[in-house]
Design a protein around this ligand. Structure first.
Ligand SMILES: *[C@@H]1O[C@H](CO)[C@@H](O)[C@H](O)[C@H]1NC(C)=O
Ligand SMILES: *[C@@H]1O[C@H](CO)[C@@H](O)[C@H](O)[C@H]1NC(C)=O
Ligand SMILES: *[C@@H]1O[C@H](CO)[C@@H](O)[C@H](O)[C@H]1NC(C)=O
Ligand SMILES: *[C@@H]1O[C@H](CO)[C@@H](O)[C@H](O)[C@H]1NC(C)=O
Ligand SMILES: *[C@@H]1O[C@H](CO)[C@@H](O)[C@H](O)[C@H]1NC(C)=O
Ligand SMILES: [Zn+2]
Length: 942
């Protein structure tokens, strides 16, 4: 699915890298791992048996078909509780005889549990019980089940239709008549299908499904497949209807989808034979306002393109996509019925920004990639989640680029995924892409991170670059065709590329493709590649690698990995203006370097085009030559490489591997560069300066420098830009100019805002500038501005616009306004719980609100812990953002005291607190080592 939930306006317009991820609360599970008891012991003790081992399900029970019949009740019972009930038949094959059936089940109560043989005769059972620790329903048979036979587990059950965003759940919204409407929707990935019906809930255990859903007028039902028929009931179920769907293909349980709603839709279809019907569903108001048009228009084009690109047909007869008012993720790739949060599917040109539009296209292109990568073929186990998310996160650029060729998506990849992954993966707390010890639902949830998504995408992009487009496509086609409807692991993928490269007679990578790729997926991190001119032979340079870690004091050999943190590194470089083809710095073979000749007076740039997943460092002489080229004529250096030079040099400096005097010089050309890419890269790395130097004597001269860089670009940016990327740029440039104090910029923002305040029914502010204008007007205004935004926030129906308003609320510089706002966040009538966490994160991004917010959170910790304590991402992101600027001994002490005093109330944020302590120490050291150098450089430069 798509994780980057709130990136919309923040990352897009403000140059911030914080990703606020909202995520469904997941049950915390206790894992007991004493699994020595055998099956026979269990008869006397229901709590001791192989089900105590959370993985795997018994390999000797293999499901092949289910019938699932669900009846969600959209009216509460007399206690105000919402419920659903259901009937299910799970058909399975017995490979080895056993007296025990165990199957996943979570938060379901059973009225009936019966086992039937192939003639539908009841097979006697001794007892059945729930083993909640591992979410199992266990059935003990009187006699062992017959080896080689088929059986059916027939159950009737009841569950809560909660508003918890998991399994089968309820979502509510207010319709155009002002009435509250309740709908039933589902979110199964990764482990919540078992919360809707008992099932063998593991990705590899694919089966076919016959789905039935009950509903009442005016609602109708949707599921993965087209409906067969709807039966109207006149018996004791009068008022109910029951819809039956076509049998699914063999698929994983986590990809099932159910919806009961009165939504509207628009439809189109692909041009193929037979055409695939594509529909976009949303609340009726959204359809009337034409907010589904954009999704409707691009979907068939993307599907057709993927069919050509993968050379494998879209397998289902229809493709539905639906926008859900309450949804934990950006999007979820359920096969044939993809679900989205509203901001990821709906777009309105008059209200929403270019960034919002880009996000819609990206998320659609991502989820549609999953219809093949994830749905048709599925990882054997969650530890290979990157085979889903890495592919979807790379191919989404290919798909979006096809429908919107002017957006420069393939360039934007560098900013969005490459730089993100390189940042996270330089920490000692990272992990290998192919994860280890993944057992509990908590473990599985933890894998939906930047490593599976962004690093996965970077590795696949690197493969694409060195195999070339044709070999890449052929490899994917073979892989998809071979493993369709089945499970896969990374070896299944690599083997095809190895074979194709062999038929092409390629000798690259030198040790073979599989060996090379293992170095990238089986160990964490990545290398820094040094390209240095030899001291004794001045026309020769040597290329070597070393693991890169951000913390200069970290041990680069830890934790132990048999691959020893050496990679098979593909190197492309430019020397004397000529691009040199592929060389490898080898992991094992000796020598572990290569050399090339270079003329004595020119420069070279490694990883040209930024296709490799690594950083590059040079000898000082070469850095100065590159700097000279940037200052004389930067346009001869590819724009992706200009971005990469900034990101590499400033990160290397932070890690103590390059002088800040040199790294800072790489930003000087920005004053003359009006391209979006290098600017966005530099704002991402300068964010650290903002956090560290916000209260230091350096801040004054640092602001002056930023103004010096941005002013000419601001003055040359059209106020009515043409073109998508220009619009993205306009937003970040205006934000930068205003934030570092441009009087002209601020008064421009204030004028635009006040014109709207004076005439609230007509908002003439360009959608691309709204986030910046609202924020600046609040930051530089007083309570009238804040109150106006607050009122609009309360009534706004468009989700993206609401986000822009929400963000602005945290921009104030007035303590009393901020304090009042913080108190509002505790009142669920004013602020929805799911929105409050993002508010704290934005508040902590504001220099003027940080301390206040952190004090407030500490004071209200009991409440905060209660609400967010068990939801992984929101809790961690609050802690992360509110401590990111900590860089003094005093702050370190405070954090230590906090950890001590709340040790039993850190929940899923415990790791984030430890990381914060670690980072604070590194920050203190960074300031001690570099603050003066930076101050002197800035003072000399300005
Ligand atoms: C596991 O069970 C064995 C045998 O009952 C017992 O001796 C041992 O202490 C148990 N280990 C744990 C970690 O509970
Ligand atoms: C739900 O429960 C009612 C009342 O027990 C029952 O009549 C109905 O058949 C159940 N529905 C399903 C789908 O099992
Ligand atoms: C399980 O069944 C398979 C296939 O029938 C057989 O080869 C294997 O020996 C059986 N294992 C046990 C433990 O009975
Ligand atoms: C069990 O069901 C599978 C799938 O329908 C079928 O292929 C197989 O023949 C059945 N086996 C027996 C023994 O009935
Ligand atoms: C790469 O360069 C850095 C900085 O000069 C140095 O610390 C490191 O040892 C070099 N690594 C290799 C493998 O040459
Ligand atoms: Zn995804």
């Amino acid at each position: 699915f798509n994780l980057s939930v709130a990136v919309g306006l923040l990352a897009g317009l403000l140059g911030k890298t914080t990703t606020v991820v909202e995520y469904a609360t997941t049950t915390t599970m206790v894992t007991t791992s004493n699994t020595t008891s055998s099956v026979t012991d269990a008869t006397s003790n229901p709590l001791a048996g192989p089900w105590k081992d959370i993985r795997l399900l018994p390999p000797y029970l293999v499901p092949y078909h289910y019938m699932v019949d669900l009846q969600p009740n959209l009216e509460p019972d007399i206690n105000g509780k919402y419920e659903f009930n259901g009937t299910s038949n799970a058909h399975f094959h017995v490979v080895n005889t056993t007296k025990f059936i165990y199957i996943h089940s979570n938060k379901l109560d059973y009225n009936e549990v019966v086992v039937l043989d192939k003639d539908n005769k009841e097979v006697p059972i001794t007892q059945h019980w729930l083993y909640d620790v591992n979410q199992y329903l266990i059935v003990e048979m009187q006699e062992g089940l017959v080896e080689g036979a088929n059986y059916t587990l027939h159950t009737k059950f009841v569950g809560e239709l909660a508003d918890d965003l998991t399994g089968l759940y309820r979502s509510t919204y207010t319709n155009s008549h002002g009435d509250e409407v309740t709908i039933a929707v589902s979110q199964m990935q990764p482990t919540d299908a078992r919360k809707s019906f008992p099932c063998f809930d593991e990705p590899a255990l694919k089966a076919t499904f016959d789905i039935f859903l009950w509903h009442k007028d005016p609602n109708f039902a949707l599921s993965n497949m087209p409906f067969v028929m709807t039966t109207v009931r006149y018996d004791q179920y009068e008022g109910w209807k029951r819809t039956e769907f076509q049998r699914t293909f063999r698929m994983s349980t986590y990809l099932l989808a159910f919806v009961v709603s009165e939504f509207g839709y628009e439809h189109s279809s692909t041009a193929g034979t037979p055409p695939v019907q594509t529909r976009i569903y949303a609340r009726p108001e959204q359809v009337i306002n034409k907010n589904v048009e954009y999704a409707k228009n691009i979907t068939p084009t993307i599907l057709e393109y993927y069919e050509t690109y993968f050379d494998v047909a879209y397998p289902l007869p229809k493709s539905d996509q639906i926008a859900i008012p309450d949804f934990a993720l950006g999007g979820m790739e359920n096969w044939g019925l993809v679900m989205y949060r509203e901001t990821a599917l709906l777009y309105n040109e008059a209200i929403n920004s270019a960034y919002n539009k880009q996000r819609v296209a990206n998320v659609i292109a991502h989820e549609l990639t999953h219809q093949w990568f994830g749905d048709l073929i599925t990882p054997l186990w969650w530890d290979e989640l990157w085979l889903n998310e890495g592919f979807a996160s790379f191919i989404e650029y290919v798909g979006t680029d096809h429908v919107e060729p002017s957006w420069r998506m393939m360039d934007q990849f560098v900013l969005i995924d490459l730089h993100d992954a390189l940042a996270v993966d330089a920490l000692t707390t990272s992990r290998p892409i192919v994860a280890e010890n993944i057992e509990t639902p908590d473990d599985i949830n933890g894998l939906f991170d930047d490593i599976s998504y962004s690093k996965g995408a970077c590795i696949i992009r690197m493969i694409h670059q060195f195999t070339g487009e044709e070999a890449f496509k052929l490899g994917l086609k073979n892989y998809l065709e071979q493993f369709a409807y089945g499970p896969v692991d990374h070896k299944n993928l690599f083997v095809y590329f190895q074979a194709i490269l062999a038929t092409q007679g390629s000798t690259n990578p030198p040790g073979g493709f599989i060996t090379a790729m293992d170095t990238w997926v089986l160990q964490m991190g990545y290398p820094v590649v040094n390209m240095t001119r030899d001291k004794d032979v001045s026309n020769r340079a040597t290329v070597q690698q070393q693991r890169f870690l951000l913390d200069p004091q970290a041990d680069i050999t830890q934790p132990y990995n048999p691959l020893n943190y050496k990679w098979e590194v593909p190197v492309w470089y430019i020397a004397e203006g000529v691009l040199q083809k592929l060389y490898f710095v080898r992991a094992k073979a000796r020598p572990r370097y290569f050399q090339f000749t270079v003329s004595e007076d020119s420069y070279f740039i490694g990883n040209y085009g930024a296709y490799g997943y690594y950083r590059v460092n040079y000898d000082e002489e070469n850095w100065y030559r590159i700097l000279n080229q940037l200052s004389v004529n930067f346009t001869v250096i590819d724009v992706k490489s200009r971005s990469q030079l900034i990101d590499d040099s400033l990160t290397l400096a932070r890690a103590g591997q390059l002088k800040y005097e040199i790294a800072l010089e790489t930003t000087k050309f920005l004053r003359n560069d009006s391209d979006y890419l290098p600017w966005k890269s530099s704002l991402n790395v300068f964010k650290y300066f903002d956090q560290m130097l916000g209260r230091s004597k350096v801040y004054g001269v640092y602001s002056d420098y930023m103004m010096y860089l941005v002013e000419p670009v601001y003055n040359n940016t059209s106020s009515t830009p043409e073109g998508h990327v220009e619009k993205l740029k306009q937003g970040i440039i205006m934000d930068t100019a205003c934030s570092y104090g441009s009087v002209e910029c601020i008064s421009n923002a204030e004028n635009l805002f006040h014109a709207w305040m004076n005439n609230p029914t007509s908002n003439l502010i360009s959608p691309d500038l709204r986030t910046v204008v609202y924020c600046q007007a609040v930051a530089n205004g007083g309570s009238p501005e804040w109150n106006f935004v607050w009122e609009r926030y309360q009534v706004e129906g468009d989700s993206n616009e609401k986000r822009a308003l929400q963000n602005a609320l945290s921009c104030s510089k007035e303590s009393w306004i901020l304090q009042r706002f913080l108190e509002y966040t505790l009142d669920v009538n004013l602020v929805r719980k799911q929105d409050a966490s993002a508010m704290y994160v934005s508040l902590c991004d504001n220099e003027y609100a940080r301390d206040l917010t952190w004090d407030f959170l500490r004071k209200e910790w009991d409440y905060i812990y209660d609400v967010y304590g068990s939801g992984f991402f929101s809790f961690s992101s609050i802690i992360e953002s509110c401590t990111s600027h900590f860089s003094t001994d005093f702050e370190l002490q405070e954090l230590e005291i906090f950890k001590e005093s709340r040790s039993d109330q850190l929940g899923s944020g415990a790791r984030a607190v430890d990381q914060a302590l670690e980072k604070t120490k590194t920050n203190i050291k960074w300031r001690a080592d570099h603050e003066d150098t930076i101050f002197i450089w800035l003072t000399d430069t300005m």
